[in-house]
Design a protein around this ligand. Structure first.
Ligand code: IVH
Length: 668
């Protein structure tokens, strides 16, 4: 290729990569495989190595790799970043609407158009694009001046370095505002890694996001799973808007990710209804929100309403109940998990947090207890984020009486009396027959996402293990109805139901069994990945570290854990016993090398005319995909047949791609 040719190709590649990033991150509907994407990226890296003079800060290769800073420069926002006034009740929210109507001389029974948006609990930032290129990213700071975090912001994968110009002309200048946050699952993983490496844990996703973005070394930020949703603009040149809804839609077309749950509402009642719906789903959104922001949609009206005391009159944050509360620790106990790790747990005076009564809270490990100086008898601030286990944020030192007692994890297992060994931050029970480990393993094995044995919960497991009816997991499969009926609080009918559920569980998919085995670091998603690569349990057992690491997202930690698990004789024996008891371990049916739908999750709704549901499922699975019965954030495509049901609605809300049956046929 000549010089001109290289330059042209570099530009083509950059544009193509930006576009595929947009399809992947903003629309959640990629058109090329990860491998194809990697090839484009590799080609670009190669050409840029040939022509380093052509490297610009806006190239997709330049997200990471900048050296650490001494300190952040400050950035003055052209238009101050305001804060919002809050409401906490329906009455106050109705009052907000009335005030607006009074101010605008509208009659009481007219409807104001609003846009309702989840209020993300993260960190506000402003990003400036000039001629479509990312120039500066800054934190909100005090609203007038923030910190220049451009290098850190650029490491956020979902944020475009260049605005997409395919659908809308790019403005000469755009100041766009949004919230940087961390998803709950990523937060849990991040804290687990920190725990394993003995680093202090983040108190909540918000702190984790803030701590990650305000790092002087962008290399650290790059390793943190930050995400961003944009919700508004500051100054803009070369484009005007009429409504907030138009702003949100245009941002999305420029490749700036917006929250798929945002919704236009006609009148305050609709907005309040939205608040209730989102409130009901608060625990399953996958990210923390602390309320709903209600904004007047029309920008002229916004202008007329103006601002009072640093908050706009045209918007309000209708807050949810706080997720924190104070209570007293009655005592601290050590709980033994299925891997033998002792976790200190605070038993507290029951307290309601966001509608749920909480009486236990994790203290994570001894280091965390020491760091926070938590003692039995202390008053503490407790918090519950999404479906994360409640935890103690801090001790309220001013309430100490002097009678509080410090806590240290025991040297002997509180359940079986075996020695406890300290490994890094963890204290682990060394008893191989420790009933606590067995109980936890059985409970996990039977849980809904694993073998889904309904009725085999904590209480029953407790009795089965204590009575010696279950000494190994496989013993579950030899239980009889009479044995169950003889237990406390077990009627004939429920015993039969459990026996039936145990019987059905023998047919469960391979990934569930692998997840159910409780291999350290192998969650449900990883189990699915393992099965998509190693179609049978035998293949997985004989896999080497290199084979495992070939799978994307599987690193040395998971690989070693899998190898250690199957390297243990007792575990292999247990698998044989499960097989002997009739558990099928059904191998994944694989067609061709690797299916074109590998890793894709489909949901069907409505009536299909070319297939039965079962046939459609078979087809997807034969191509490496997976069919799920309900729509979630993990769903890639919802195939809508005739008269689609509520699943299509849910898909819309979550921003999941909906395709017709014909499109599906084309795809396969
Ligand atoms: S609008 C004048 N929209 O809440 C309008 N803010 O107190 C100002 N926030 O620091 C913000 N989600 O970081 C807006 N959809 C949303 C939001 C949102 C979260 C945060 C924002 C700001 C605070 C406002």
């Amino acid at each position: 290729m000549d010089k001109k040719g290289v330059e042209k190709r570099i530009n083509e590649l950059r544009e193509e990569i930006d576009y595929h990033n947009y399809l992947y991150y903003v629309l959640d509907s990629p058109e090329i495989s990860d491998a194809e994407y990697d090839r484009l990226m590799q080609e670009l890296i190669r050409l840029e190595n040939e022509r380093p003079d052509l490297i610009t800060p806006y190239s997709p290769t330049q997200r990471v790799g900048a050296p650490p800073l001494e300190e952040f420069a400050s950035v003055t926002h052209t238009i101050p970043m305001l804060s919002l006034s809050n409401t906490e009740t329906e009455e106050e929210t109705m009052e907000f609407d009335k005030r607006i109507k009074r101010f605008l001389h509208l009659s009481e029974n007219e409807y104001v158009e609003y846009v309702a948006e989840p209020k993300l609990d993260g960190l506000a930032v402003e990003v400036v694009y000039e001629e479509g290129r990312l120039k500066v990213g800054s934190t909100r700071g005090d609203g007038f001046t923030g910190e220049d975090v451009t290098l850190n912001i650029k490491t956020i994968r979902t944020l475009p370095l260049n605005l997409i110009k395919k659908y809308e002309a790019r403005p000469a200048r755009l100041e766009v505002r949004g919230e940087v946050f961390i998803r709950l699952q990523d937060f849990r993983d991040l804290n687990r890694h920190r725990e394993e490496s003995g680093e202090p844990l983040f108190a909540n996703p918000r702190n984790a996001a803030a701590g990650s973005l305000r790092q002087l070394d962008p290399g650290i930020t790059a390793k943190r799973p930050l995400d961003i949703f944009f919700y508004g603009i500051g100054e803009i040149a070369g484009r005007s808007f009429e409504t907030q809804w138009e702003i949100l839609n245009t941002l999305k077309r420029w490749g700036l990710k917006t929250n798929p749950l945002n919704k236009p509402c006609n009148g305050i009642r609709e907005a309040i209804e939205y608040y209730r719906e989102i409130g009901n789903r608060r625990d399953s959104l996958g990210f923390e929100i602390d309320g709903v922001v209600i904004k007047v949609n029309n920008l002229d009206l916004q202008g007329r309403l103006g601002t009072v005391a640093r908050s706009p009159r045209w918007a309000v944050a209708y807050k949810f109940e706080p997720r924190q509360a104070t209570t007293r620790i009655l005592k601290i106990e050590a709980q033994v998990g299925r891997t033998g790790i002792l976790t200190p747990v605070a038993i507290m005076e029951p307290v309601k947090i966001g509608g749920v009564t909480v009486s236990r809270s994790t203290l994570h490990n001894q280091d965390e207890i020491n760091r926070k100086d938590v003692r039995a008898g202390d008053w503490v601030l407790v918090q519950r984020a999404g479906d994360v286990i409640p935890e103690v944020v801090k001790v309220i030192i001013s309430k100490r009486s002097g009678k509080e007692t410090p806590y240290k994890l025991p040297d002997e297992c509180p359940v079986c009396g075996s020695d406890v060994l300290k490994e890094d931050v963890y204290y682990r029970c060394t008893g191989i027959n420790c009933p606590a480990q067995l109980k936890e393993r059985v409970r996990h094995f039977a849980s809904r996402r694993a073998m889904d044995i309904e009725g085999l919960g904590e209480k029953l497991t407790e009795q089965l293990v204590d009575k010696g009816l279950v000494k190994n997991i496989s013993d579950i499969y030899y239980l009889t109805k009479d044995q169950l009926s003889a237990l406390e609080r077990m009627a004939d009918k429920s015993s039969q139901n459990i026996i039936d559920a145990i019987e059905w569980s023998k047919e469960k998919e391979l990934y569930r069994i692998i997840y159910a085995l409780g291999i350290r670091h192998v969650g449900e998603q990883t189990a699915k990945l393992l099965v998509s690569e190693f179609a049978s349990i035998e293949d997985l057992i004989s896999a080497g570290e290199d084979d495992l690491m070939k799978i994307e997202t599987i690193g040395p930690e998971i690989a070693q854990s899998v190898i250690r698990f199957f390297g243990e004789k007792n575990n292999l024996k247990e698998i044989e016993r499960l097989k002997g008891a009739g558990v099928k371990f059904p191998p994944l049916q694989r067609v061709k090398e690797k299916g074109i739908l590998t890793g894709r999750v489909f949901v069907f709704t409505g009536t299909l005319h070319s297939f039965t549901r079962d046939k459609a499922k078979e087809k997807v699975e034969s191509l490496g995909g997976h069919v799920s019965s309900s729509v979630s954030e993990n769903t890639d495509f919802v195939v809508a047949g005739k008269d689609p049901g509520s699943k299509a609605q849910k898909a819309k809300e979550l921003g999941v791609k909906i395709i017709t049956e014909d499109e599906f046929i084309k795809m396969i």
